[in-house]
Design a binder for this molecule. Structure first.
Ligand code: SAM
Length: 229
C-alpha cells in the first residue's frame, strides 16, 4: 500500500478517529451495540441466513473489522447446518493489524474473533478463512472496485464515514452499483438517514424505509432490493 494511503488515526477515549475524514469509525457510545442495531437487525440477521447458503454480505468500509467480528460471532452462534458465510468488504485505507487489535480490545466478548482476525489479517485483497465463514477484502477505491467486482450480495452494510465527509462512498454511481450487485430481496442498512442516499437507493430499485437510528440518532435507512418484474 503506498504511503499516501496510510490511514492516519487518532484515539479519543479509546475510539479510533480518522484524521483524514475527521470522523470516528463507530459510535462513541458503544460501537458493538450500534453494529447490532444498525446492521444485524437492519438486514434481518440472523433470520435471513437460515435458508440461503452461501449467504453473502458485502460491506462498504472494513475499518477496524468491528462489523465483521460481531457478524462472525453471530454467525457461529446461529449458522444453519452446512451453511457458509461469505463476507466481502471494500476498503481503500486498510488499517494495520495492531490498530485493529487495539480498537477491538474494548469488547471482551469479541476476544476470540478479533484475535483470529489480527492473526490472519491480509490487508491487500486478502482472502481469509474462518472455518464456515470467509472474509474477502477488496482493496481500493469503491468507485473503481465495485464496478468490476463479479459478485452479488444478499445483504449490504453501508458503513462509509458520514456522507458530508466521505461523499465518495455515497455517490449515485456507487448506489447504482450496489443495486446491480444485489440478489433479489437483498437487504441493506446504514446508520445514515441522508436524503440523497435515500433517494439514490430508491431510484436504483430499493424499497427504502426510515427507521429508528442507534442511540441518539433519530433515523437511519433500511432497504430491500425489489425483485425485477
Ligand atoms: C466508518 S469506517 C468503517 C467502520 C467499519 N465498518 C468498522 O467495523 O470498523 C469507513 C471506512 O470507509 C473507508 N473508505 C473511505 N473512503 C473509501 C473509498 N472511496 N473506497 C473504499 N473505502 C473507503 C475508510 O477507510 C474507513 O475504513
Amino acid at each position: 500500500m503506498p504511503e499516501s494511503n496510510a490511514q492516519d488515526l487518532r484515539w479519543e477515549d479509546g475510539v479510533p478517529v480518522s484524521t483524514r475524514f475527521d470522523d470516528p469509525y463507530y459510535s462513541r457510545d458503544d460501537g458493538l451495540a450500534e453494529t447490532r442495531h444498525v446492521f444485524h437487525d437492519g438486514c434481518g440477521l440472523p433470520e435471513r441466513w437460515q435458508n440461503s447458503s452461501p449467504f453473502r454480505i458485502a460491506e462498504l468500509g472494513f475499518g477496524t473489522g468491528l462489523n465483521f467480528c460481531a457478524t462472525l460471532k453471530l454467525w457461529r452462534e446461529t449458522a444453519p447446518a452446512e451453511g457458509l458465510l461469505e463476507f466481502v468488504s471494500f476498503e481503500l485505507y486498510p488499517l494495520k493489524a495492531e490498530e485493529i487489535g487495539q480498537a477491538l480490545s474494548c469488547w471482551p466478548e469479541l476476544r476470540d474473533e478479533s484475535a483470529e482476525l489480527v492473526e490472519k489479517w491480509q490487508p491487500l485483497n486478502g482472502v481469509m478463512d474462518f472455518g464456515t465463514a470467509r472474509l474477502t477484502l477488496v482493496t481500493g477505491d469503491i468507485r473503481e472496485t465495485l464496478p468490476i467486482w463479479p459478485g452479488r450480495a444478499d445483504a449490504w452494510f453501508l458503513d462509509g464515514f458520514a456522507p458530508a465527509r466521505n461523499p465518495e462512498m455515497w455517490e449515485e454511481a456507487v448506489l447504482n452499483g450496489i443495486a446491480r450487485h444485489s440478489n433479489p430481496g437483498a437487504t441493506l442498512s446504514t446508520y445514515s438517514a441522508a436524503g440523497h442516499v435515500r433517494r439514490g437507493l430508491a431510484a436504483s430499485g430499493f424499497d427504502v424505509r426510515r427507521v429508528k437510528g442507534y442511540g441518539r440518532k433519530r433515523e437511519m435507512i433500511n432497504a430491500i432490493k425489489i425483485p425485477p418484474d
